[in-house]
Ligand binder design. Structure first.
Ligand code: TYD
Length: 134
């Protein structure tokens, strides 16, 4: 359920020359990392997401700028605003997500548990509801 999805505070190594945030799979986050991708140059007003994953675990980080993530487990919804690089939103499998309100220059960094597979996507909301209730 969406109540298993939470914001994780990551380490921030701070000094006067700036910050570093390291993320270790299976240690800082509850899965091992097999893929990293990032979303950027999102035009103002554009939305993304609009799908669920069957098996994939993800950590979503606002590496730069801000955006909103709306999570939906078929019963309840929660909205998270991400705007700090040392926090990540853990999204477990079987959760529908919509991404919106990207600030200009936003970079959405994703740490993912699996390689890309279109077969892992559910892109029809009606199919998601059947899948999540079944
Ligand atoms: P998608 O996950 O639907 O984007 P978003 O949720 O950000 O709107 O992916 C968009 C396209 O990019 C789709 O055609 C699949 C492709 N893609 C890959 O080839 N590899 C990847 O790792 C990802 C995330 C997407």
């Amino acid at each position: 359920s969406i109540y298993n999805c939470n914001v994780i505070e990551l380490t921030k190594i701070h000094n006067r020359a700036g910050n570093i945030t390291p993320v270790h799979g299976e240690f800082d986050i509850p899965f091992s990392i097999r893929r990293v991708y990032y979303l950027y140059d999102v035009p103002g007003g554009e939305t993304r997401g609009g799908h669920a994953h069957k098996e994939l675990h993800q950590l979503i980080i606002a590496a730069s700028g801000s955006f909103d993530v709306i999570l939906d487990d078929g019963k309840n919804k929660r909205t998270f605003t991400l705007n700090r690089p040392n926090y990540g939103l853990y999204v477990c499998p079987k959760i529908w997500r919509d991404l919106s309100n990207f600030s200009s220059g936003a970079v959405l960094l994703v740490l993912a548990s699996e390689r890309y597979s279109e077969a892992d996507y559910i892109r029809e909301y009606s199919e998601f509801l059947e899948f999540s209730n079944g």
